[in-house]
Design a protein around this ligand. Structure first.
Ligand SMILES: Cc1cc2nc3c(=O)[nH]c(=O)nc-3n(C[C@H](O)[C@H](O)[C@H](O)COP(=O)(O)OP(=O)(O)OC[C@H]3O[C@@H](n4cnc5c(N)ncnc54)[C@H](O)[C@@H]3O)c2cc1C
Length: 305
């Protein structure tokens, strides 16, 4: 079994695959842990009321190695040949053959690339409302974006924060009508149309943002405690797509309820898939299902239908 990516999904898959007796290799282009390690503080992973993301990631890596998985870090998968019975995985070091493959390569949150964004990431700048919203209870937050994700995050935060600003470059949302109507009914939400964020300012943590009106050129500074960037995600699915795995319009890998992709023997789990929730817990659950399904695919040929 070869697993691409050592984030929450890949590590969970690695634990189940190794424990089932399969020779398991996880290939990771960076250091193991994935985006779980980027989370400053995780308060929603069952069993750990409050844990540093890096600590949770370390625990998952240790657990996975203890279960018997081989982990190759700093080795990037560069191409895949998945159509045949034997799957070929090429990397920056060598080439491997596998009976089944789990793609758990995650996604990247799109950034807006303004001054202060990188500096205050995890110190007021967030890309996930469900992850970090509760840290801003009773505070002032600002959401950047105008699609479904921005509206859903705004609605979620309107129930937690005292005041919620939404900054959108256009003069209308590109979101479902029901979401927009719901958002417009919230008394603590103010939409700033035709505006873009020019700078995120702070003093150890975020304190304000500078906005510019696209039509008039006027700028203004708004005091906020949190900035939620909601301008989309890019799944790391290019290699899978190039090898024939079916993806959705935005690039997410299409999976069924058993984590199967469009190619037999190829599974996908976590943020790279079209699963609607991008959380550590859901990535772990998908990783587990993919490993058990791949196990059945390898060990019980009648199961392949
Ligand atoms: C700042 C931040 C805070 C968050 N906070 C929370 C939180 O509090 N609670 C929560 O539940 N969720 C949180 N999330 C979301 C959560 O971290 C993710 O949903 C989850 O970790 C996704 O796991 P994954 O295994 O699918 O992907 P990832 O963790 O992204 O792992 C994918 C791995 O694949 C590797 N990879 C990609 N391409 C290749 C390749 N070609 N070859 C080899 N390796 C490759 C990547 O390097 C990466 O390590 C947060 C996310 C961020 C960014």
């Amino acid at each position: 079994m070869i697993i691409i990516g050592a984030g929450a999904a890949g590590l969970a898959a690695g634990i189940y695959s190794s424990r089932s007796g399969l020779k398991t290799l996880i290939i990771e282009e960076k250091l193991a842990g994935g985006t779980t390690g980027d989370a400053p503080l995780v308060e929603n992973y069952p069993g750990f009321p409050s844990i540093l993301g890096s600590e949770l990631a370390d625990k998952m890596v240790t657990h996975c190695k203890k279960a018997g998985a081989s982990l190759h870090e700093l080795e990037e998968v560069t191409s895949l040949d998945l159509k045949g019975e034997k799957k070929i995985i090429k990397t920056t070091r060598t080439e491997y053959g596998a009976a089944a493959v789990i793609i758990a390569s995650g996604a990247r949150y799109r950034e807006i690339n303004v001054s202060g964004e990188k500096e205050y990431k995890g110190r007021g700048v967030s890309y996930c409302g469900v992850c970090d919203g509760p840290f801003f209870k009773g505070k002032r937050v600002l959401i950047i974006g105008g699609g479904n994700s921005a509206c859903i995050t705004t609605l979620y935060l309107s129930g937690l924060a005292a005041e919620v600003f939404v900054v959108h470059r256009r003069d209308a949302f590109r979101a479902e009508n029901a979401l927009v109507q719901d958002l417009e009914s919230k008394g603590n939400v103010k939409v700033l149309w035709n505006n873009e964020v020019k700078e995120i300012k702070g003093n150890k943590v975020v304190t304000s943002v500078i906005l510019a009106n696209i039509k008039t050129g006027e700028t203004q500074e708004i005091a906020v405690d949190g900035v939620f960037v909601q301008v989309g995600e890019s799944p790391n699915s290019q290699l899978a797509k190039a090898s024939g795995v079916e993806t959705e319009e935005g690039g997410c890998i299409k999976i069924d309820i058993r984590q199967r992709t469009s190619i037999p023997g190829v599974y996908a789990a976590g943020d790279v898939t079209n699963h609607p929730v991008m959380q550590i817990g859901t990535a772990v659950g998908q990783g587990i299902t993919s490993a058990l399904e791949a196990y059945s695919y390898i060990r019980r040929p009648y199961y392949r239908k």
